[in-house]
Design a protein around this ligand. Structure first.
Ligand SMILES: NC(=O)c1ccc[n+]([C@@H]2O[C@H](COP(=O)([O-])OP(=O)(O)OC[C@H]3O[C@@H](n4cnc5c(N)ncnc54)[C@H](OP(=O)(O)O)[C@@H]3O)[C@@H](O)[C@H]2O)c1
Length: 491
């Protein structure tokens, strides 16, 4: 079935709580516009913004317009499409915890939609500390459709979901009083990235990978995430979470789950998420000496983390972390998995590097010495690509072997526009497809991996190792990688 045919056919109201913020304006609304341009939104849809900042509808639309692009409707018709789209966007100011704010919003929506049954998406684009007050006030206002009504109300919440297993459980429980699990869509936007979705296709729609996707053939796995910028104006938010919670517990663990899980029974959201949960439950929490943390210091490329706005001058928050994980199941036992993530580093990269074991019985020994191992590299950003590093004979009369790449670069291989992760995820919410969203038991299993070490780092007040802004991996992380046989890990 074409995606545009999967909706309920009812009108749709998308309510963005925190609509004055960065996520709403830079990601959510541009993604909705992209879906609109491609004909994926229902004919009768409206976007409603709610936040505290006083604004008229026109001021709200002017702010939104700054971030809309003509990717899907190039040329002169774009301005008309933008005007049509923005004409369906409305704004209502109010306090997040106030029932009256939602009743006012409801009055406004009624005035626009009439009394017909409308499906609703409530997108929580606010700091996590406010999720609960929004949910409670929404519940108390009676705006959330439940029970036997045919129209639905779905809630979308952004990570981070809690700070550890206990707070995450509490959030799940409290939110569950308003939105049941079936209607809750926990977004980890990495799962919406095209190449991350391709992981399952790569593994389960090709015969060649599955037989070598195990401890017999794989030497080690390295999943890395680095960006060259510091926390900038988001220091207040970042300092209360740190890189382990902001990136590793969610993005990297989710990528690992897709990479290493068993083949699901089918492609349904229940089967895929069951397979991910089973995998996550096989990962014991790393010990303190299997984790190392760093924090960026001032360099000619940028300020120290402790000098960023809203960051306390004695902060122990990690802006870099590396963790060695083990997967205790028959497929992966003994294969070290190295995760690392850092801000203010020497490059922008997010990739998976699967290194295979050496070739037994090297018949070219005399010519080349030891054969380098094959590597499969899946680059998630920038410039999405899948690369297999293989040995080849270089052309010529001599027998010379060289490590070369079988390369699938998305930009050259596919002529199609690569959709933004939020486009894909929002369309899934509209269609009720929960495959790419984090289920509560999956969230709990992911927190179980990192909660013990997070508590230990905090209770022992472990000092992160300083690394220069714009520098490579801290020394301790190299040590951790080398001690555990990951000699190929590069800084
Ligand atoms: N930005 C991103 O790219 C990104 C990526 C991944 C996840 N997220 C997550 O998405 C959510 C929204 O992110 P964001 O970057 O849009 O956040 P934001 O800009 O900091 O906040 C969104 C809106 O919430 C209100 N707000 C901010 N701080 C508040 C406070 N202390 N008390 C009450 N209201 C406050 C502000 O609106 P008013 O003052 O007008 O009420 C603000 O415009 C967060 O949970 C964040 O962790 C964001």
């Amino acid at each position: 079935m074409k995606r545009s045919e999967k909706g309920s056919g009812r009108p749709l109201g998308i309510i963005i709580v925190g609509a004055s913020g960065d996520l709403a304006q830079r990601k959510i609304v541009p993604a909705l516009f992209a879906l609109y341009c491609q004909g994926f939104l229902p004919r009768d849809f409206h976007v409603y913004g709610l936040a505290r900042t006083p604004m008229t509808h026109e001021e709200f639309r002017a702010r939104l317009m700054m971030h809309l692009t003509c990717r899907y409707v190039p040329g002169e018709s774009c301005a008309a499409r933008m005007a049509e789209f923005l004409g369906r966007c409305y704004y209502s100011a109010g306090q997040y915890g106030s029932v009256d704010a939602y009743l006012d919003l409801f009055q406004m929506m009624r005035g626009i939609e009439g009394r017909q049954a409308v499906d609703r998406i409530f997108y929580m684009a606010v700091p996590p500390s406010i999720f609960m007050q929004v949910a409670r006030a929404l519940g108390d206002s009676g705006l959330v459709a439940c029970g036997s009504r045919k129209e639905w109300s779905r809630v979308v919440i952004e990570k981070p979901f809690g700070r550890d297993r206990a707070s995450s459980d509490q959030l799940v429980q409290e939110m569950g009083k308003v939105f049941t699990e079936e209607f809750t869509y926990r977004i980890d936007h990495y799962l919406g990235k095209e190449i991350v979705q391709n992981l399952m296709v790569l593994r389960f729609a090709n015969l060649v990978f599955e037989p070598i996707w195990n401890r017999e053939f794989v030497d080690s796995i390295h999943i890395t995430w680095k960006e060259p910028v510091g926390v900038g104006l988001r220091g207040g938010y970042f300092d209360s979470f740190g890189i382990l919670r902001d990136v590793m517990q969610n993005h990297l663990l989710q990528i690992l789950a897709l990479l290493a899980m068993e083949k699901p029974g089918d492609y349904s959201s229940a089967a895929v998420r069951d397979a991910k949960v089973s995998l996550l439950r096989c990962i014991p929490p790393p010990a303190l000496d299997e984790v190392c943390v760093g924090q960026y210091a001032a360099s000619p490329k940028g300020p120290a983390y402790k000098g960023e706005p809203s960051v306390p001058c004695d902060s122990l928050t990690a802006t870099y972390a590396a963790a060695l994980l083990r997967i205790r199941n028959p497929r992966w036992d003994g294969v070290p998995v190295f995760l690392d993530a850092g801000k203010a580093m020497n490059e922008r990269i997010n990739e998976v590097r699967m290194r295979f074991k050496g070739v037994p019985g090297n018949i070219f020994g005399g010519q080349v010495g030891e054969l380098p191992a094959n590597e499969l590299v899946i680059r998630i950003q920038p410039d999405e690509a899948i690369t297999m590093k293989v040995m080849n004979k270089t052309p010529g009369l001599d027998l010379k072997l060289e490590k070369t790449e079988l390369n699938l670069r998305y930009q050259t291989a596919f002529k199609e526009e690569i959709p933004d992760a939020y486009e894909c995820l929002l369309l899934d919410v509209i269609e009720g497809d929960r495959n790419l969203f984090i289920r509560s038991d999956e969230l709990a299993a992911a927190w179980d991996v990192f909660t013990p070490v997070l508590h230990e780092l905090e209770s022992r007040r472990i000092q992160p190792e300083a690394y220069p802004f714009g520098g490579g991996m801290p020394e301790a992380a190299f040590g951790l990688a080398r001690r555990n046989g990951l000699s190929a890990v590069q800084g």
